[in-house]
Design a protein around this ligand. Sequence first.
Ligand SMILES: COc1ccc(C[C@H]2SC(=O)NC2=O)c(OC)c1
Ligand SMILES: [Zn+2]
Length: 262
Amino acid sequence: LAGCSYKLRHQLHPMWQSPLSIPGGRRQSPINITLRDSLHDPHLKPLKIRYDPNTCTQIWNNGYSFLVEFDDSTDKSTLSGGPLLNQYRLCQFHFHWGESNAVGSEHTIDGTLFPAELHLVHWNSSKYKSFEEAVMEGDGLAVVAVFLKIGKRHEGLQKLVDALPAVRHKDSVVEFTSFNPSCLLPTCLDYWTYSGSLTTPPLTESVAWIIKKRPVEVGHDQLAVFRSLLFTSADEEEQKSMVNNFRLQQPLMNRTVRSSFS
Ligand SMILES: COc1ccc(C[C@H]2SC(=O)NC2=O)c(OC)c1
Ligand SMILES: [Zn+2]
């Protein structure tokens, strides 16, 4: 009996979800950001985000989320400034969301959950030659996180929403071009930043997290299309709806969350 309950427990709560899954993991993500514990750092620079829509190439379902990928062979779509010492190249963005609007985000603000969270993933092209090399380094990655909330329809997001039925199953890929992810950023420049990790295996502690303070609004029906995706591939008999693809919050341990605003 113990065996099957272990299996069930593992499926419902995969081991890597728990904080102690990384031996000695001292900078794991996501975290809960508490306003009272974050420290305004006046030396933080404004973020410099330059995305070229022509670097957008494809969208695919990797069995955990859907990724929009970019040609990162040149410095055409980049992130710099903010807390960063180097220039980082955009390689992909993806989302995390819930089975309902009550859950979905990975980070929380004073315990507030959002229905979804966008991650724009960049790697340090000043110091490293590829994403694969950078993901192993403490200063290798920079992820800009944007919270999504339910409100008015997001016109820029609709092109993405319309492409999702084509990547319903795990491992499906379709061409996706001429999309500028800047349209998914809030107009407010304020952000928090802290040192953390990937939020899925290998959970590598290589991420400078930049969390935008303000959410962007998306339509209820737009987010519902995210939930029509499947974790499973076309040849699997059991089709499992892709929802709740978020990791639980991890201990802050010996870290300070800095804010770009007072
Ligand atoms: C082996 O390299 C990887 C593995 C997984 C992810 C995805 C994780 S990391 C994040 O911010 N959200 C996620 O779901 C990744 O993304 C940079 C890079
Ligand atoms: Zn993510």
